[in-house]
Design a protein around this ligand. Structure first.
Ligand code: DHB
Length: 493
């Protein structure tokens, strides 16, 4: 029987307090335990059946986070795709959530997708053992939990509505990085020993598609990309001498990295440090053109050159000699004055990057591995690579060297497990065949090359990639949802 269930914060807290903490003999799913609920969408209510507190490992260390909630909309079948949303932000722990009209989960339900919202441990989460805090949510804990959730869905695929061969992951920012990881690390044996120790199901963990909004990923190269892109902005020029030097040193490392990737442009020609800035410009011009076509106003001041095609492609009337005087009389602007097209033809990238930096102040250099460099303290990413005593760590050789140390083997391993870039194209990894990647054109939380390299590497590897530097979007996600779900419907339904 289905009970009516309205999730309140109090209910959720009570449930996590009651959650099991002892290792279970085996994973559980009981299809009779569904609870009715609904989400109010702008165009009507969507009813669902909720299955909550589905622990995805038998060795539950942290009962607040290591479970998944699954929501089955009315009409869903065994064949319905599964939309798996991670709410990870800032590499922090993320509690299993409920569907919302405010993100992609509401629309997913409305479009008939089964929705799964797993929790995962994060950089600030800990358990108490013998009176001491054990920080067990540091890298790579979050991706381990999420992979365990995928395996759980596969393990109970027959018992649960939805098709676990059609899992689509979605996340924003650090969650975008997690979504990219779920997409790019399928079945990689490197995770096996950890997943086994956790008591994750012995199942495949590859997925059909990965939706990544502004992924904060490739952390070991994100600092050099940031300074290479933003290093010449007015904002950087105003920095103190120590930070300017850091910026220049990091920027100088980027060309070798780009060249080492061996990427190719769509036309098959090599993408190198020499043509990379043009590649970014083309992406920004493409974004601006799409926006312009949709009616956006693109002010002159931000660096784009627009042509309205005057005197160019206007379809000739009267043999191409212009309008006869009697026809032209009284028209708002015959021939030359008429807008016949709106083409974005060029971009002053320095101007545009200054504009981006004027929208949200840049991060200081280094943007990510900041600990102990030019007097800076630990960033969230240093915390993510910290140890179980909550001591943050450097994760790039550049920043470690500034502290007269080297990146430890443990951190190197965690960085590998947290980086999709090195796993794409690896022979024993199953990478998702479909990708939807967005990074806002005014997002400065990480530099454009991070998302662009991910998209390009996937494309070069033969994957279906829908990439855009989304016009005028800051650091944000789950936008343009009609467009997203129209794309997803085609591949998943
Ligand atoms: C997020 C944003 C950041 O700037 C960052 O460095 C890491 C994570 C986030 O929004 O998740």
């Amino acid at each position: 029987m289905i009970k009516v269930f309205v999730p309140t914060l109090a209910a959720m807290l009570t449930m996590s307090a009651l959650a099991a903490t002892k290792p279970a003999a085996q994973l559980q799913f009981d299809a009779s335990q569904g609870v009715a609920g609904s989400v109010e969408m702008p165009n009507g209510k969507v009813n669902y059946t909720a299955f909550t507190h589905l622990y995805f490992v038998t060795n539950v260390e942290d009962s607040t986070y290591q479970y998944v909630n699954v929501f089955v909309p009315e009409g869903a079948t065994q064949r319905s795709p599964i939309f798996l949303k991670t709410n990870v932000g800032g590499y922090m722990p993320s509690a299993p959530g409920f569907p919302s009209a405010g993100d992609a989960t509401g629309m997913a339900l409305q479009r008939g997708y089964v929705v799964a919202i797993p929790g995962s441990r994060g950089r600030s989460s800990y358990i108490t053992k013998k009176g001491k805090r054990l920080y067990n949510g540091k890298a790579p804990a979050a991706i381990l939990d999420l992979k365990a959730a995928i395996r759980y869905l596969r393990h109970f695929d027959k018992e649960m509505p939805g098709n676990a061969e059609k899992i689509i992951t979605d996340g924003t920012s650090a969650g975008g990085a997690m979504s990219a990881l779920m997409g790019a690390t399928g079945n990689n044996p490197a995770y096996e020993k950890y997943l086994k120790a956790m008591g994750a199901a012995s199942e495949r963990d590859d997925v059909l598609a990965s939706v990544c909004y502004c992924p904060i990923t490739d952390l070991s190269h994100a600092d050099m990309a940031y300074e290479w892109l933003f290093g010449n902005t007015d904002s950087r020029k105003a920095d103190d001498e120590a930070h300017r030097q850091v910026s220049q040193e990091l920027a100088a490392q980027f060309p070798a990295y780009i060249n080492s990737l061996g990427l190719k442009k769509t036309d098959g020609t090599p993408l190198t440090a020499d043509n990379y800035l043009d590649y970014i410009k083309q992406q920004l011009i493409r974004s601006a053109q799409i926006a312009k076509d949709a009616g956006a106003d693109i002010p002159d001041s931000i660096g784009f050159t627009l042509s309205n095609g005057d005197g160019g492609t206007f379809a000739p009337i009267n043999g191409g000699v212009g309008l006869p005087a009697d026809m032209a009389k009284g028209m708002a602007g015959a021939r030359g004055g008429k807008r016949v097209g709106e083409y974005v033809t060029g971009l002053d990238i320095e101007k545009f990057l200054n504009y981006v930096a004027s929208q949200t102040p840049l991060k200081t250099a280094p943007a990510f591995d900041a600990l102990g460099v030019a007097g800076d303290t630990a960033s969230g990413e240093n915390d993510e690579f910290g140890n179980s005593s909550n001591i943050p760590a450097n994760f790039t050789s550049y920043s470690a060297a500034k502290n007269n140390t080297a990146v430890t083997d443990e951190v190197k391993e965690a960085e590998y497990l947290l980086n999709p870039m090195s796993q794409i194209g690896q022979s024993d990894v199953t990478v998702a065949p479909h990708w939807y990647i967005r990074h806002g054109s005014i997002d400065r939380d990480t530099a454009f090359p991070v998302a662009l390299n991910l998209a390009t590497k996937l494309e070069n590897d033969g994957k279906d990639v829908n990439f855009l530097l989304a016009w005028n979007r800051p650091h944000s996600g789950d936008y343009a949802l009609n467009e997203l779900f129209d794309w997803l419907d085609k591949l998943a339904k």
